[in-house]
Design a protein around this ligand. Structure first.
Ligand SMILES: *Cc1c(COP(=O)(O)O)cnc(C)c1O
Length: 228
């Protein structure tokens, strides 16, 4: 990609506006999470200078150094990857929002550690696995009501909504039903909840289907280099 980060961000904001318009929605209802995984602190700082305010990371370990270097208070930090139980304390210290809550055990642990760490409130999204893919994380739909029930009684965890990572399809019309189904589930279990769905290649479709939070990496930062 030859454009600058600023230009790419502007393009994405334009695409968000177009998709919102097409769906008769307001662009400012849609939060852009810039997925900075594999990119360094310098790149994140550059993105902040270009106007990005919210960043998504998928590994606690990788995020830690970056967040310290960029500054915990200089951006909003979202954990979008699977959270292992031995990383929960660090995650509670580092992140504003957890998108990947996928079990009752994890919810209990997060709630207990928020209490221990004096964290008044932590926003969580429940990640749902609609494709029942064993390689993907997420709770099965049938287990959702019990988890939602538990979250209602939590003092610290704030149930913000639902999140999905659908299977990859070249043809976006094959992704659409996953977004649509997530929205239907949301309407049932938490009518005022948020919908975290849509990545670089499919965020326009996600917005048409009601996404309120999109997680975009490659389209902002370029291809990831996993050797970093
Ligand atoms: C990496 C990642 C993204 C961003 O993916 P892109 O295709 O680079 O936009 C979004 N959500 C999750 C959960 C991810 O792990």
């Amino acid at each position: 990609m030859n454009e600058t980060l600023t230009e790419r961000l502007a393009e994405i904001r334009e695409q968000i506006a177009q998709a919102a318009k097409k769906a008769n929605r307001k662009a400012d209802e849609i939060k852009l999470v810039a997925v900075s995984k594999t990119h360094g602190a310098e790149t994140v700082k550059e993105a902040i200078a270009a106007g990005a305010t919210v960043f998504g990371e998928n590994k606690v370990q990788e995020a830690e150094g970056k967040i310290v270097e960029v500054g915990r208070e200089n951006a909003e930090w979202h954990l979008i990857g699977h959270l292992q139980s031995n990383k929960v304390r660090k995650a509670v210290r580092l992140f504003d929002v957890i998108h990947s809550l996928d079990s009752r055990e994890l919810a209990e642990r997060l709630e207990r550690i928020c209490e221990e760490e004096g964290r008044a409130e932590l926003s969580v999204f429940v990640q749902i696995d609609l494709a029942k893919e064993t390689t993907k994380n997420g709770i099965e739909e049938k287990d959702l009501p019990a988890l939602v029930e538990f979250l209602r009684d939590c003092r610290h965890l704030k149930f913000d909504g639902l999140m999905i990572v659908p299977p990859f399809f070249e043809n976006l019309e094959q992704v659409r039903p996953f977004f649509r189904r997530l929205r239907e589930i949301r309407d049932e279990v938490c009518p005022h909840g948020e919908l975290s769905m849509g990545m670089s290649h499919d965020f326009a479709v996600a917005i048409e289907e009601g996404a309120t939070v999109i997680r975009v990496g490659t389209a902002i930062f370029g291809e990831r280099n996993y050797r970093n």
